[in-house]
Design a protein around this ligand. Structure first.
Ligand code: SF4
Length: 389
């Protein structure tokens, strides 16, 4: 690790990070523009180790999409349908509960529930399914709705965002999801998600939720028409809100998928681009504890590698995923717990099953330790001298 950075043009940024300094936006852009993926990964891995140690987490969860009907038509989206489309769907409360009941047999601790911006479902529908799921098992953590859905629900129900969130929380909502962030920069946002609420509106929903004492995750959809500077701007705004509220539990970079949509970009990001984005996220977002390698979007094999490029979390077992798969993701619909544990163990990290808030539920035995790497700086020389004396 040390050698990779010592010879790199990123050495000054490494020194800054080691001394606990904060990278600014020009530093982040330099990291993005660097071709030295080994040095970048080493720096991010160093920070990951300093922040969370040898643990790498996963969650046993299930996704449920209650409906794919949506009043918007974001250009990047392959998921949304109109009422006239034959492949649109809308689950009843009973169907949602039935999927949850089956998943409880798999040991899930979390349901992750999102949908399109439905044209006419009443607010009571959302309250009803939250209450029904808590009745099924009060221990289930309900991570539901993007900030964009919250704004839609509030608008449909003629309530303020605070009223909406308060009622949803009383019905059982435990956490917001991070979706809907896309890219914050306004002109890019209108190229990929015309009509969608702005960055300020997205951030304000999370700010409101955090100020109610609650937590959420956040995301960035990358690898389409945005520039590297747009990615830095996006991370800057997330870091700014985190400075203010400390309410984000983790950041999930989402690689763009190119099938079945209206963006004139026919390839998603490369493996190189995905790894550097994970690494820069870890280095620049110094006030985030957790960076997730989202296996649905990058495949489990690359997500496993990303654990050595700053990520400390593999996300969940999921069971049934629609949004990325309708956009061409080739990953399976779900992972078993043992596949995730195996992937983590191979990186010589300790697998930890976590809950929605990244708190440990089960810690697996640590892998056999390897010989420690030399400490950077004069101690390394000293250790070398002692070793040969
Ligand atoms: S990304 Fe969300 S808001 Fe946009 S069209 Fe798809 S489901 Fe609707």
């Amino acid at each position: 690790m040390w050698m990779a950075v010592q010879k790199s043009s990123l050495r000054d940024l490494y020194d800054k990070v080691v001394e606990g300094g904060r990278l600014d936006e020009s530093d982040a852009l330099r990291l993005f523009e660097s071709k030295d993926i080994n040095a970048l990964g080493s720096m991010a891995d160093f920070v990951r180790q300093r922040k969370v140690g040898q643990k790498a987490t996963y969650i046993i969860n299930r996704y449920i999409n209650y409906s794919n009907y949506c009043i918007l038509s974001c250009q990047f989206c392959a998921f949304s349908k109109k009422k006239r489309d034959s492949d649109g769907f809308q689950l009843s409360v009973e169907q949602i509960v039935s999927k949850a009941r089956e998943a409880l047999n798999l040991g899930i601790t979390e349901l992750h529930i999102v949908g399109g911006l439905h044209p006419n479902l009443p607010f009571s529908y959302y309250l009803d399914f939250l209450r029904a799921l808590k009745q099924l098992d009060a221990r289930l953590q309900l991570k539901c709705f993007t900030a964009i859905e919250i704004l839609h629900l509030a608008w449909m129900a003629k309530k303020t965002v605070v009223e909406t969130l308060t009622e949803l929380r009383a019905a059982g909502l435990n956490s917001l999801t991070g979706g809907g962030a896309e890219i914050f920069q306004a002109s890019v946002r209108s190229q990929i998600a015309k009509g969608k609420e702005s960055a300020a509106e997205y951030l304000d929903v999370h700010r409101t939720w955090h100020k109610m004492g609650e937590r959420s995750t956040c995301t960035m959809l990358f690898g389409h028409v945005e520039s590297l500077a747009d990615r830095v701007d996006h991370l800057r705004q997330l870091r700014g809100l985190q400075d203010e509220t400390r309410g984000f539990t983790g950041f999930i970079p989402l690689p763009y998928h190119a099938d079945n949509n209206n963006i004139p970009v026919k390839e998603g990001p490369t493996g190189f681009d995905i790894l550097r984005t994970v690494a820069v996220s870890r280095l620049y977002l110094d006030n985030f504890d957790h960076i997730t390698a989202y296996w649905v979007g990058m495949g489990l094999k690359l997500a496993q590698v990303a654990l050595s490029y700053g990520a400390d979390d593999l996300h969940g077992t999921i069971v049934e995923e629609h949004i990325f798969h309708m956009a061409g993701a080739k990953s399976p619909q779900g992972q078993t717990e043992m596949e995730m544990v195996k992937a983590i163990r191979e990186t010589r990290r300790t697998p930890v099953q976590r809950n929605t808030f990244y708190e440990a539920i089960r810690t697996w035995d640590s892998p056999e330790p390897e010989a420690p790497e030399p400490t950077p700086g004069p101690n390394a020389l000293l250790q070398g001298n002692l070793a040969t004396a």
